[in-house]
Design a protein around this ligand. Structure first.
Ligand code: ATP
Ligand code: MG
Length: 378
């Protein structure tokens, strides 16, 4: 028998519509920046829901006639690719289709007009005239950004450039690229810019005095969703799709929170398991977590194997719930050696984002890795 409805939870990629909940204040703030020629930076830890907030805001702005050019720079591997992603985002803006020829003509020969896999027009950086060298790459990026600006000056409705994972620009092009973007943003007041990023240390560095974005942005920090809200929403979504549940959301948040994606991923897995019987309880939560840990075994095991034995023992301590990692009792129990070694191992593990330190306590970044370590310890 197949389940009656679709899974009410979605993961991977941003979510919109009924798959999205809460964040009303955040969406309001982003929409205000988008429609008001703002310069907004949306930042915070990974997988809390930044991109979803941007996506829901963009839906709202588009429905009001605004044009949103959304480029995700997460996997761009060069400045040319950054320019290429912007061009792809421009190509996706329906009302501009008639103007793409003009774009290609103006930016020729570097930029060409072709078609994507679906047969839609797609501006891109041509292979033959591809710019080489930092200066030529920056010049291209500047021209593309300027072109968005020049178009926006002629529009009465807002034109918004969204750069998700914008810190890639800095990783790829250094401070030169940071200044380029800042100057383009400053020069053109007609376009709204919303930048987002999750590499907090990198972003904090970009905001320091003497760096390009010092005191430049209005800022929106996206943290964890209110646990009680998320818990209630999960129960409602389960019940609404035919799975009777009470307290399941709360149990999920408690076990795998606070990161939004982890909780929603566990809920999604749980729904697949519970849809047939039409009910879910505390055991279902544990079964769902066990399934995720099993599915992720290959990747988690590989992460584990790359660690030193001391780092592995330290992870065991954290997974077992040890709080005072430097305390003599903890070091003895988990064979961690002198306090200085604990410090070195902690730095290495936080540097690789396996552990995160928050308000004096240390936890796994990935709750399913914590569960994996617990299970392996027996
Ligand atoms: N407001 C929300 N309502 C319901 N689910 C959400 C919400 N926000 C995020 N999620 C869940 O978390 C997942 C990750 O969200 P999103 O990609 O927006 O986060 P992010 O902070 O941009 O992550 P990354 O750091 O990987 O860029 C989504 O696929 C969805 O499962
Ligand atoms: Mg994101």
């Amino acid at each position: 028998m197949t389940p009656m409805t679709d899974n009410p939870f979605r993961t991977a990629e941003h979510v919109v519509g009924s798959y999205f909940t809460d964040r009303a204040d955040e969406v309001d703030m982003v929409v205000r920046a988008m429609t008001g020629r703002g310069r907004l930076l949306v930042y915070g830890p990974r997988r809390m829901g930044k991109s979803s907030i941007l996506a829901v805001s963009a839906v709202r702005v588009r429905s009001g006639g605004g044009v949103v050019i959304h480029a995700d720079l997460a996997t761009a591997a060069s400045l040319v690719e950054v320019a290429d992603r912007l061009l792809a985002a421009v190509s996706a803006v329906e009302p501009w289709h008639g103007r793409l020829v003009e774009w290609a003509r103006t930016l020729s020969p570097v930029v060409t007009l072709g078609f994507d896999e679906l047969g839609n027009p797609r501006l891109g950086v041509g292979l033959e005239a591809r710019p080489r060298g930092g200066e030529a790459e920056r010049a291209l990026l500047e021209r593309v950004l300027d072109r968005v600006e020049s178009v926006s000056a002629r529009e009465s409705s807002p034109v918004v450039v969204v750069l998700d994972e914008f810190q890639r620009l800095s990783e790829l092009g250094g401070e030169g690229a940071e200044w380029l973007l800042r100057n383009r943003m400053q020069e053109n007041r007609a376009t709204s810019f919303v930048c987002a990023g999750s590499k907090e240390s990198l972003i904090q560095a970009m905001l320091q005095p003497k760096r390009a974005f010092y005191a430049f942005f209005e800022k929106l920090h996206v943290g964890a969703m209110a646990p009680a809200h998320l818990a209630r929403w999960i129960d409602e979504r389960l019940t609404g799709s035919g799975v009777r549940a009470r307290g399941v959301g709360a149990a999920l948040v408690e076990r795998v929170g606070p990161r939004t994606q982890d909780v929603v991923q566990a809920a999604r897995t749980l729904w697949f398991q519970a849809a047939l019987s039409g009910r879910a309880d505390g055991d279902a939560v544990e079964t769902a977590i066990a399934e995720i840990v099993r599915n992720d075994d290959t990747g988690l095991r590989r992460t584990w194997e790359y660690l030193t034995p001391l780092q592995q023992r330290l992870l065991r301590a954290v997974a077992a719930g040890a709080v005072e990692l430097h305390a003599q009792e903890t070091r003895q129990r988990f064979e961690l050696g002198p306090s200085s070694s604990v410090t070195t191992a902690l730095d290495a593990l936080t540097g690789r984002s396996i552990l995160v330190r928050e308000a004096g306590s240390t936890r796994f970044e990935n709750p399913f890795f914590r569960e994996w370590v617990r299970r392996e310890t027996g």
